[in-house]
Design a protein around this ligand. Structure first.
Ligand code: ADP
Length: 312
């Protein structure tokens, strides 16, 4: 994998006045990976993608695309990028072919190379029959395909997609997701979304953002709920004070649920049930419930992006 590094991002930062829209991002993208930038609205996804695509300057940080520093050699580095902004930049009065010819020329392709590239991307994006249709008369799904076709005309190794499925109906969603999955096999794809399900379907890797900071970065498989901090529900007729439970080994936090029930948070894989049973017996807590609480990927995402101290 090491030789297939397509993008390296180090300490990327961008402020708008007092707002740190992007705050110290670090990640690497390899060929064959689809990286989902996931986070609620305002988390910094679009700002990050605009910087990576070379249309917005960062305040600090380094971006190397296919071995070329984006800030030192922007023209060369940008040739290795295909960027689909949201909404896709289309001229409604042009036909699909005209639109693609125009983009191909902007990408610097010769007339002959443009013709070949357009045939290739139309086939790839399911647009072969649509060449003469007016862009403005097509559905949102088709417009998104044209946007994608424009982004890959020059066959860039890195494809950057800002909310590629925003506003699509379920059938269009499926088509575009399939297309993204197919593209990510040969390229490196970075896409943004606020939908966890989208990342689960289309991405191999995820970078979760919260108020501009990355709160998780890695393979999606590693975000396995079993590897996460766990919870144990405990019910007792004569419970001890919460402070006693909070001091138990491996317990990191205690929620008092009322009526003798508590949720004990513990480190990954370190269930404290044995010590609870032993102490309950020795101290007469009269234990009537001891249930490990399963944590879904959705809950992990929620905990990472929202509930850490500022759930308002
Ligand atoms: P996302 O794409 O995750 O919704 P954005 O990157 O659009 O997040 O925004 C991140 C933060 O930066 C937000 O707080 C937003 O209000 C702020 N922001 C984005 N663009 C601008 C701008 N042009 N001027 C001032 N603040 C901005």
């Amino acid at each position: 994998m090491k030789n297939n590094v397509l993008m390296q991002v180090e300490r990327l930062t961008r402020r708008y006045g007092e707002t740190r829209a992007v705050d110290d991002l670090n990640f690497t993208l390899h060929r064959g990976e689809a990286l989902g930038l996931l986070g609620p609205n305002g988390a910094g996804k679009s700002t990050t993608l605009r910087i990576l695509a070379g249309v917005l300057a960062p305040d600090a940080g380094r971006i190397v695309i296919n071995g070329i520093d984006l800030l030192d050699q922007p023209r060369r580095a940008k040739q290795a990028i295909g960027y689909l902004p949201e909404p896709p930049p289309l001229y409604p009065e042009l036909t699909v072919d005209e639109q693609l010819h125009y983009s191909a020329r902007l990408h610097g392709l010769s007339r002959a190379a443009s013709r070949q590239a357009i045939v290739r991307v139309k086939e790839r994006c399911g647009l072969t029959e649509m060449g003469r249709r007016l862009t403005g008369n097509l559905s949102r799904g088709y417009q998104q395909r044209i946007g994608l076709a424009q982004a890959i005309l020059h066959d860039p190794p890195v494809i950057i997609l800002d909310e590629p499925t925003a506003g699509l109906d379920p059938i269009q969603l499926r088509e575009i997701r399939n297309l993204i999955c197919a593209l990510s096999r040969e390229h490196g794809v970075i896409l943004s979304t606020h939908l966890l399900a989208e990342v689960q379907i289309t991405c191999s890797h995820v970078l979760i953002l919260r108020a501009g900071r990355q709160v998780y970065s890695g393979a999606l498989a590693e975000l396995d709920p079993r590897q996460q901090p766990g919870r144990l529900l405990v019910g007792m007729n004569t419970p001890p004070p919460v402070t006693v439970l909070a001091r138990l080994p491996r317990v990191t936090q205690v929620d008092d649920l009322g009526e003798g029930r508590f949720r004990l948070h513990h480190a990954p894989g370190a269930l404290p049930q044995r010590i609870v049973v032993e102490l309950a017996y020795d101290c007469g807590w009269d234990l009537w419930e001891l249930t490990p609480e399963s944590v879904s990927l959705e809950q992990i995402f929620f905990d990472l992006t929202v509930s850490q101290g500022d759930s308002a």
